[in-house]
Design a protein around this ligand. Structure first.
Ligand code: GAL
Length: 376
């Protein structure tokens, strides 16, 4: 199976953790369709950890918890498929999943066959309780092979949190996306640390295999257990900046909020067609980071798109207001080129033409993103 652009979907973990059940999953599938997420490009509904019984059955197969999923997983898959969506599940490369449920170490082929039987289209594969003397790369290759030979197209979403600099080898073992960091928290500092740590590694991300910098916290506010006691609840600006950054990086867009109840601001953000088109650009190029070329505190990213247009993102990741500066000469349009840059704000639709320079004062944690065309 070939993944052309970064996968998009929803995952149960950020908001619901172990509090998952059939009703929640089916309602979230309904919301994907009714609230327009499917039409915006979101495709996968993924059940994360805590879906199974604590023991395998007498045939060594994983068993869904009948209290949470009374009709079994095939029923859930059929429902999700009937909505024009795809179904994702979760297992782990170790002896137990992170929450202590049976995991796929030594059971890769039987588990892949079980997932295929249930109609699963996506497997997130975690790294907890991994035996000390075992080889992580081999474990991911083994599950990759099990999925590739199980008779069903199943996207392999590896999640070893970047151990062993996994951006350098996860593509080689057949993953379609790979988590490159520890877990995100619903806090601006966590989001910022994760994004900044991976910007240099996005040269290893693109069609076939994408760097996954974790599920979006957009829209969670004070809900869900991903909150750290001492960090402030994220604001609309925080969420805008997270989503814009994930789009500029062409990172997987896995929503982590309760999509049945997203507020208008976050709904509009998550379905912003211009930003999604930047994320889903077929080339999925790493953005050019020119922050060091300008005297400002902003993170300045310029992304070459496949249609000879560009995207420009100016991000104020600091805790106070900052003025971002942009000189076309910093991104390969020197004055002598004669180019004028037509820039369209992806949030407001406002257009501005830039010849020599452009400045924008950004409140703390805020950003601007433009689609850019050069005219002569
Ligand atoms: C972590 C993983 C999270 C979530 C959790 C489930 O290792 O990074 O995204 O899947 O396990 O227990």
């Amino acid at each position: 199976m070939h993944i052309k652009t970064a996968p998009m979907g929803w995952n149960s973990w950020n908001t619901f953790m172990s509090e998952i059940n059939e009703k929640l999953i089916l309602e979230s599938a309904d919301a994907m369709v009714e609230k327009g997420y499917r039409d915006a490009g979101y495709e996968y509904i993924v059940i994360d950890d805590c879906w199974s019984m604590k023991e395998r059955d007498e045939n060594g197969r994983l068993v869904p918890n009948p209290e949470k999923f009374p009709h079994g997983m095939k029923y859930v898959a059929d429902y999700i498929h009937s909505k024009g969506l795809k179904f994702g599940m979760y297992s782990c490369a170790g002896i137990l999943t992170c929450a202590g449920y049976p995991s796929s170490y030594g059971h890769e082929f039987i588990d892949a066959a079980t997932f295929a039987e249930w109609g699963v289209d996506f497997l997130k594969y975690d790294f907890c309780y991994f035996p000390k003397n075992a080889d992580g790369k081999q474990a991911y290759l083994t599950m990759s092979n099990a999925l590739r030979t199980c008779g069903r197209d199943i996207l392999f979403s590896a999640c070893n949190w970047g151990c062993g600099e996994s951006w350098n080898w996860m593509a080689s073992v057949g993953a379609h996306m790979y988590r490159s960091t520890g877990d995100i928290y619903n806090a601006f500092e966590s989001m910022k640390k994760i994004a900044l740590s991976q910007i240099p590694h996005f040269n290893c991300s693109g069609p076939g295999c994408f760097n996954d910098i974790d599920m979006l916290t957009v829209g969670m506010y004070d809900k869900g257990a991903l909150h750290r006691g001492d960090s402030p609840v994220q604001t609309d600006a925080d969420y805008k900046t997270q989503f814009a950054l994930w789009c500029m990086l062409s990172a997987p867009l896995m929503m982590g909020g309760d999509i049945r109840n997203t507020n208008d601001f976050c709904h509009e953000l998550l379905t912003n067609r211009e930003l999604i088109s930047i994320n889903q650009d077929p080339d999925a190029r790493q953005p050019y980071d020119f922050s060091d070329l300008v005297d400002s505190r902003a993170l300045c990213l310029f992304k070459v798109l496949s249609n000879n247009e560009f995207a420009l993102g100016l991000f104020n990741l600091a805790d106070k207001e900052a003025t971002a500066k942009f000189f076309p000469t910093c991104v390969g349009f020197p004055n002598y080129s004669g180019a004028k840059l037509l820039m369209k704000d992806v949030f407001t639709g406002e257009e501005v033409t830039v010849k020599d320079y452009f400045m924008k004062t950004l409140p703390s944690h805020d950003c601007v993103v433009y689609k850019v065309k050069a005219v002569f």
